[in-house]
Design a protein around this ligand. Structure first.
Ligand code: LLP
Length: 433
């Protein structure tokens, strides 16, 4: 099945103009000519569109706060776009707090959701004045001087979970994340005793979920826990954060998550439980990463060599070092030949990178036109967990990133060179002779 469906996504940023892939008004092969290959190309407008759509779906129904899960794409320009739209930032580590602060998010807009945090990490967040989302009650003991922040939030493991892939399930009996209800209840009681005044509750149970029914079910489960804890401990929740996990279609077989319907059903479940437990109307929050940025970017790469052997292998200058998801999760990413759109697919090929691992395959058994060296392969849905999970493995300098807005294209991260591969390395003098 062809992947040309990515060009027909409503409100999408990709189009076929004369057989050439464009992001907004800019030709992808031209960008590769200007900025080199491989190249992440992002559309600012698509990020804004995704934010407005998700935020609008919830906020027309209830007071709502949208955190952006910074880990999905940490580029400061991307953070700037989302800050301008009104996002808050969900940070998983001190470095992300640092990056969000650099991008202009004030501490009142940052939530720190770590896990297995060291004392230093807890204290970094405490000193930065951000809201800490504790993964375990015992973490309160790591606070500087026993001083508990005014606002305390716990990440709950509600026992239920769902993920688009096995590796994307973050709750349930085997998960390393979150606290069971009794542990969190102890944590809230302790925090209250130590002087905490405001409380939040949080879950993040899985990623890339495309089942719309899952979200209201998980919200109900979290709200039952919130309702019971609030009665038991004698406190009110100011906010309830239902996490991220909103999926996007990667393969032509997957259906888009009807986000407006998801928002309605989540808000309905939320309201019903607010009433059932007589809660004083907490603020609803969510913290997606993927939904906001995944389909805003394409990874452009250049065909280096085509080999016909047991099957056809199309080798490109991107690989598992540039986009890890196919190798790590066997994830499907749509692929088109950016300079030959609309040509007939007359071969089936594997598209692979140049890394010395046999898992370095970006796409398997895909229909392609008969490509040759120099053609540009575009790999779609590369905006979330793309650059963020890239590495220098096999001594491949990392790709550049470009942000497109209409006909404007600017480098938002320069391409690495060989010198970046030895940055920070030092050699003892005895080895220099
Ligand atoms: N909140 C927390 C605490 C998280 O750990 C995550 C993602 C999110 C929010 C955002 O989840 P999203 O809305 O993007 O599903 N590397 C994987 C995804 C791992 C997600 C990790 N946590 C991938 O490439 O699919």
């Amino acid at each position: 099945m062809s992947d040309s469906w990515v060009l027909d996504v409503p409100g999408g940023c990709f189009s076929n103009r004369g057989g050439v892939l464009h992001v907004d008004d800019v030709s992808v092969p031209d960008l590769v000519g200007r900025f080199g290959s491989p190249l992440y190309v992002m559309s600012e407008n698509r990020i804004r569109h995704n934010f407005k759509r998700l935020h609008g779906a919830f906020s027309r129904l209830t007071p709502f706060r949208l955190y952006y899960a910074v880990k999905a794409n940490t580029n400061l320009a991307v953070l700037g776009v989302l800050r301008q739209e009104g996002a808050f930032a969900d940070c998983s580590c001190p470095a992300e707090i640092y990056e969000a602060s650099l991008a202009g998010f004030g501490p009142e807009k940052i939530l720190y959701t770590g896990n297995y945090n060291s004392t230093e990490e807890v204290r970094y967040a405490q000193a930065a004045g951000v809201t800490i989302n504790f993964d375990d009650a015992a973490l309160l003991g790591k606070l500087e001087g026993g001083r508990v922040p005014e606002t305390v939030c716990f990440r709950i493991n509600p026992g239920m979970a769902k993920g688009g892939k096995e590796g994307l399930i973050f709750a349930g009996p085997d998960a390393k994340f979150g606290s069971p209800e009794e542990v969190a209840a102890r944590g809230y009681a302790e925090a209250k005793k130590l002087g905490a005044k405001r409380f939040g509750i949080h879950m993040m149970t899985g990623s890339n979920v495309l089942d719309p029914k899952y979200f209201p079910a998980a919200t109900s489960a979290l709200m039952d826990i919130a309702g019971r804890i609030s009665k038991k401990v004698g406190m009110e929740f100011e906010f309830v954060n239902v996490g991220g996990g909103f999926g996007v279609p990667y393969s032509p077989k997957e259906r888009e998550l009807p986000i407006e319907g998801v928002a309605s059903s989540v808000v309905e479940a939320f309201r019903q439980k607010v009433e059932q437990y007589g809660m004083s109307r907490p603020l609803l929050a969510a913290e997606p990463g993927r939904f906001l940025v995944a389909d805003s970017a394409v990874l452009a790469s250049t065909v280096c060599h085509v080999k016909s052997s047991s099957k056809t292998f199309v080798g490109v200058d991107a690989g598992m070092n540039t986009l890890l998801r196919p190798a790590l999760y066997n994830a499907y990413h749509p692929v088109l030949v950016a300079n030959r759109l609309g040509e007939r697919d007359d071969q089936v090929a594997n598209i692979c990178g140049q890394v010395c691992e046999n898992t370095d395959v970006l796409a398997r058994d895909r229909g392609l036109p008969r490509v040759k060296e120099g053609d540009i392969i575009a790999i779609f849905n590369a905006g979330a967990y793309g650059f963020a999970m890239s590495s220098q493995y096999n001594n491949r300098p990392r790709a550049a990133e470009v942000l497109v807005n209409g006909s404007d294209a600017q480098v938002i991260r320069r391409r690495e060179g060989f010198s970046d591969l030895v940055q920070g390395v030092s050699v003892p003098a005895r080895l220099l002779t």
